[in-house]
Design a protein around this ligand. Structure first.
Ligand code: HEM
Ligand SMILES: [Cu+2]
Length: 582
């Protein structure tokens, strides 16, 4: 195997020896990736716990919970706000991109580290700080805010608007702004690394689809988080300095006229959703990358339509910036604008369908190996389709006027954004765990975890479509005194029980994760017989990934079932005797 010496000697930093430099303030992208992953793991349990409290409150509103007592309607809104915020920012933005991206991207492109290791460390600790600030909101006077994860003004802009809208809301906004700063640093690092540190022979069209997805996600992050940060700072000024960017004139709050004048609450909605819609792609694109990688590996076939997959991701990324208005059909926008946003939104269906078609084409007639990563990748595609089908309905302004603010929307976004992305994270975890920790995860526990989670997810979120069509409002906690909701109560109970079981099943995952870390069977360098560069180095890889050398890339990323090859796969850096495809 001929390899050239790393030309990037500037990036070579000696392996640290002290505990703090090695595991806490580490510059190694692999350690930082794992740090991000565990941050997201803590966050997902906080988020799940909050959702459980909500589900319990919905069906047993008078329940006395240990430590917490009775949940009041305004507490429900607090739980909702913090659940949504923590899930979107600290789980779905953190694990797939910053966690796996950090760990895997440099190795997959044949680099010794990220382009800016110090910036990388800084972005992790800034994210950590942001998480601490977010959690602190629970403990200040008045508690955490209740303005929803979307922070709509004027509710979010007026401190006297409710409990939690005082210091809690300030902390929420500061946390989000700090998170934006961290994400911007991360995005710069990902973009530079992908463009500049690819090994010889790793042309853009030989990049694994995971790298494409991290790269495109980073571009989206760079364009979106700056806008949210600016919006957050304006909101802070409105709340604390007396400006009125988002506060309308003539507003009366609990009988007291608000002094500010003449701002526009709709401006907040525009700024928020200009960030918010790309954000859902920031959450899901890395999952698409992982699904493509895993489906190809375990079907023992090249990904169907590699170039189409790249162009589909690029067009999803571009279109994602011109559809934000579909969250605002109810805001009184001109029907002409609504029409434009509607058409643009429907257009995203095209690249999404291309991706789905190509995933199915990849599995089709493959010699499929049903290991846990593969199950979760198939689950990802399934959830993406199930959640995606309700999208075109919501994209019709006429229909959305009725469905908006009902459980139909809750069903839609949980399936396509929330749980689909979580399945991407699970697929990535089961797939790269052997590389990251040098041991295999337990397959039986993995399969049990998959089936319980897969069935549970559908049991929780499918019935919500029906609730929504029946007019069940979203963000509404006191169901027991509303006549037309009474017949829906048994369905709500079913959902809560399904949620209890599904959340319980996650314990299997946690046990498997920690048990395998110490007791799992030792992993070889390439346990899945995969082709990309991370599988050419030991598990776990040495400090600078390739031992001071960088690989030369000679093949495309998914050369499985190559006619005439010695094995059924050709690794990207292999000097094979068969004619190379590229
Ligand atoms: C165990 C799985 C989950 C359960 C049982 C669950 C449950 C809930 C419930 C009950 C609500 C409130 C609905 C309402 O009253 O309008 C909600 C809202 C929400 N959830 Fe989840 N959820 C889960 C997972 C997730 C995940 C993985 C995400 C990641 C994106 C997520 C994101 C959100 C968001 C953004 C909201 C809206 C918050 C708002 O309206 O401000 N959830 N969830
Ligand atoms: Cu959207």
């Amino acid at each position: 195997m001929s390899e050239v010496h790393a030309e990037a000697a500037v990036h070579a930093h000696a392996a640290p020896t002290g505990f703090i430099r090695k595991y806490i303030f580490s510059l190694d992208h692999k350690v930082i990736g794992i740090q991000y992953y565990f941050l997201a793991l803590v966050a997902v349990f906080v988020g799940m716990f909050l959702s459980l409290l909500m589900r319990i409150h919905l069906v047993w509103p008078m329940a006395h919970l240990p430590l917490l007592g009775e949940i009041k309607p305004e507490t429900y809104l607090t739980l909702l706000t913090m659940h949504g915020t923590i899930m979107v920012f600290f789980v779905l933005t953190t694990a797939p991109q910053s966690g796996f991206g950090n760990y895997v991207l440099p190795i997959q492109i044949g680099a010794p580290d990220m382009a800016f290791p110090v910036l990388n460390m800084l972005s992790f600790w800034t994210t950590f700080l942001s998480f601490v600030i977010m959690l602190a909101a629970f403990f200040v006077e008045g508690g955490a805010p209740l303005h929803g994860w979307t922070g709509y003004a004027p509710l979010s802009a007026i401190p006297s608007a409710g409990p939690g809208q005082t210091l809690g809301a300030d902390l929420w906004i500061i946390s989000i702004a700090v998170f934006c700063a961290a994400s911007l640093m991360g995005a710069l690092n990902f973009i530079t690394t992908t463009l500049d540190l690819r090994a010889r022979g790793m042309s853009l069209m030989r990049l694994p689809l995971t790298c494409w997805s991290w790269f495109i996600t980073a571009i989206l992050g760079l364009l979106a988080f700056g806008v949210l940060a600016a919006a957050g700072i304006l909101l802070l000024l409105d709340r604390n300095v007396g400006t009125s960017f988002f506060v309308p004139g003539g507003l009366v709050m609990t009988g007291v006229p608000v002094k500010h004048q003449g701002g526009s609450p709709l401006l907040w909605q525009h700024l928020f959703w200009f960030f918010g819609h790309p954000e859902v792609y920031i959450a899901i694109l890395p999952g698409m990358g992982v699904a493509s990688q895993v489906l190809s590996t375990f079907s023992r076939k090249p990904i169907f339509g590699y170039r189409a997959m790249v162009y589909a991701m690029l067009s999803i990324g571009i279109l994602g910036f011109v559809v934000w208005g579909h969250h605002m059909f109810m805001s009184g926008m001109s029907p002409y604008s609504a029409f434009a946003f509607s058409v643009m939104t429907m257009a995203i269906g095209v690249p999404s369908a291309i991706k789905t078609f190509n995933w199915l084409g990849t599995i089709w007639r493959g010699r499929v190996r049903f290991y846990t990563p593969m199950l979760f990748a198939i689950g990802f595609v399934s959830l993406f389709v199930s959640g995606g089908l309700s999208g075109p309905f919501l994209a019709q302004p006429q229909l959305d006027i009725n469905l908006h603010d009902t459980y139909f929307v809750v069903a839609h976004f949980h399936l396509i954004m929330g749980v689909a992305a979580i399945f991407g994270i699970f697929a990535g975890t089961y797939y790269w765990f052997p590389k990251m920790f040098g041991r295999m995860m337990n397959e039986r526990l993995g399969q049990a975890h998959f089936w319980l989670t897969f069935i549970g997810t559908y049991a929780i979120f499918m019935p919500m479509h029906y609730l929504g069509i029946a007019g069940h409002p979203r963000r509404y906690s006191q169901l027991t005194e509303v006549k037309f909701l009474e017949p829906l109560m048994s369905l709500q109970e079913f959902i809560t029980i399904a949620a209890l079981i599904t959340i319980g099943a996650q314990i299997i995952f946690v046990i498997n994760l920690f048990w395998s870390m110490f007791k799992g069977a030792k992993a070889t360098a390439n346990p899945w017989e995969a082709t990309t560069l991370e599988w050419t180095v030991p598990s776990p890889p040495p400090h600078d990934n390739f031992g001071g050398r960088v690989p030369v890339v000679r093949h495309g990323p998914y050369e499985y079932a190559v006619p005439g090859a010695a094995r059924d796969y050709v690794m990207q850096n292999e000097e094979s005797t068969v004619p190379a495809h590229s």
